[in-house]
Design a protein around this ligand. Structure first.
Ligand SMILES: [Zn+2]
Length: 510
């Protein structure tokens, strides 16, 4: 591969949490075979590398490739469009049964094209749990889509072995509801179950297959504290340490998830995981909406990181994660769309813009989040969460050449005050349509609306033809089953309340 130079009006070398982000005005970088070898001023590097191919004309904002730190696939073919309307997670999740089955390769291609278009070059991809026969094929097809698009991936398959319908004993819950409905629900659950031995065998095989591939990290994913028994969680902690495989799991996404642990152990899920040996530098959480200060201390001291997913938390009525407190306690935070971006389009720029506005609490004494902190989440923070570490997330020499060029003229049209921090303008105003060029591992994969190695139209034609078949009757049956379970599930949680419910406050009513 030849060396290339990327130049920009601004080059964000590293986003920094302490206000010391490194930006080079009229800057450039040189990459060789997928690794950045030098950064500096364009005028100097141009002289040093005469005749080198140059990407960008000096009018773009050049940033490290964005990292979507929590995602489950689907994207354009979203759960919403498949009939899974937004709502509280505990009932919403079962409505996901009523989604049309689609080829995992095509589905992943569609969502990855969409993410590349919004400047994402690395994705934490968490595949939904399912029977062994199915998840092997799905994993292979999903990873083939990552390979074909070039997008880096931290890949895991979710594992559950308890709390299938509510957070608690599945049999006890089923015995408490209509017998006919319980039988149907039990049949449905049985189609999603896998033993832990099967799960580990699949994950270990994937890890063996991809160990030498520097674009793929295989992780373990106990789906969440309440979805896996404690003995198995302890085993997963041991397997992670003994095999050098990281862990990614959902954490305290809703208040019911925290209450599940508190009602049994009088401890939070983070505290339990700490005792089970599941926290650590290779462990990351998703969500953490209901974390306590003590949880954050445990995360900071154990170097456990987290993905913040604000759109998903709003869409599923989960609440607002304490991100400014996380940052205050030096917890490393990434940002993800969780396949539920605010406009249902997995645009990480919108996610960043939303997070910027969400974490601005009233009161001058409260700290608001900064644009640099948001960019840190989407780059350096994401590199930690996905376990790629220092190899991605910055444009420093020695890192992978994952680079995004953004149309600075559109963002600042028709005027920008010369004393405005460019990072402030970038995070406040950039969106997917501003992404001009995306480079992964030194290869230009997307440029001015076109993919270089992907036949987008062909992928969409195949998706269209698959969806032109009539919806299988089972889809509507599954959706109806989920709807019938709804009132029983809500009833189950009727007396689950925090002592002080501050999840949603109306200003001025107290
Ligand atoms: Zn998730």
């Amino acid at each position: 591969m030849v060396k290339t130079m990327v130049r920009g009006k601004y080059l964000l070398v590293r986003a920094d949490l302490e206000g010391n982000s490194k930006i080079i005005e009229n800057g450039a970088l040189v990459q060789d075979s997928g690794t950045i070898i030098e950064t500096g001023s364009y005028s100097e590097l141009e002289k040093k590398y005469p005749g080198i191919k140059i990407i960008g004309n000096g009018e773009q904002f050049v940033i490290p490739g964005l990292i979507n730190a929590h995602h489950h696939g689907r994207g354009v073919l979203s759960g919403l469009l498949m009939g899974q309307t937004d709502g509280h997670l505990e009932t919403w999740i079962h409505r996901g049964w009523g989604k049309r089955p689609l080829d995992p390769y095509l589905m992943s291609m569609a969502t990855l094209m969409q993410q590349i278009q919004s400047g994402t070059t690395t994705v934490m991809f968490n595949q939904t749990a399912g029977p062994a026969s199915q998840i092997r094929t799905e994993a292979n097809k999903t990873l083939a889509a990552f390979n074909n698009t070039g997008v880096r991936v931290a890949f895991s398959i979710g594992f559950r072995n308890q709390s299938f319908l509510v957070y608690g004993d599945t049999d006890t819950f089923l015995e408490s509801i209509d017998t006919n409905l319980a039988a149907k629900a039990r049949d449905k659950i049985n189609t999603t179950v896998i033993t832990f031995d099967e799960y580990w065998e699949i994950t270990k095989k994937l890890d063996d297959d991809y160990r030498e591939n520097d674009k793929v990290k295989i992780l373990l994913s106990p789906q969440a504290y309440h979805w896996v028994d404690e003995k198995t969680l302890g085993t997963i902690g041991d397997l992670s340490r003994n095999n050098g495989i990281g862990i990614h799991l959902h954490m305290a996404e809703t208040m019911y998830q925290r209450l599940y642990s508190e009602r049994i152990h009088n401890e939070t899920p983070v505290s339990r995981l700490n005792k089970l040996g599941v926290l650590g530098p290779e462990v990351s959480f998703a969500h953490g909406v209901w974390l306590t200060q003590t949880d954050l201390e445990l995360m900071a001291t154990s170097d456990t990181s987290i993905s913040h997913n604000p759109s998903s938390n709003l869409r599923l009525s989960s609440g607002i994660a304490p991100v400014t407190e996380m940052l205050k306690q030096k917890v490393i935070v990434g940002i993800g769309t969780d396949s539920a971006g605010i406009n249902d389009d997995d645009d990480l720029f919108q996610e960043m813009g939303l997070a910027l506005r969400l974490h601005r609490p009233p009161g001058h004494y409260n700290k608001s989040i900064s644009a640099a902190e948001i960019l840190h989440m989407a780059t350096v923070g994401g590199s930690k969460v996905t376990t790629f570490g220092e190899s991605i997330g910055t444009l420093e020499p020695g890192t992978k050449a994952d680079i995004v060029l953004i149309d600075w003229n559109r963002i600042t049209s028709a005027y920008i005050s010369e004393d405005l921090d460019p990072l402030e303008a970038l995070v406040s105003r950039a969106r997917k349509d501003d992404v001009q060029t995306v480079i992964i591992d030194g290869d230009v994969v997307y440029d001015n609306g076109s993919f270089n190695d992907i036949d987008r139209e062909h992928i969409y034609q195949q998706i269209g033809s698959e969806l032109s078949n009539p919806t299988p009757a089972t889809v509507f049956e599954d959706r109806s089953l989920a709807q019938q379970l709804d009132p029983y599930i809500r009833e189950y949680y009727a007396d689950w309340n925090l002592e002080s419910d501050q999840s949603y406050q109306f200003n001025g009513l107290n």
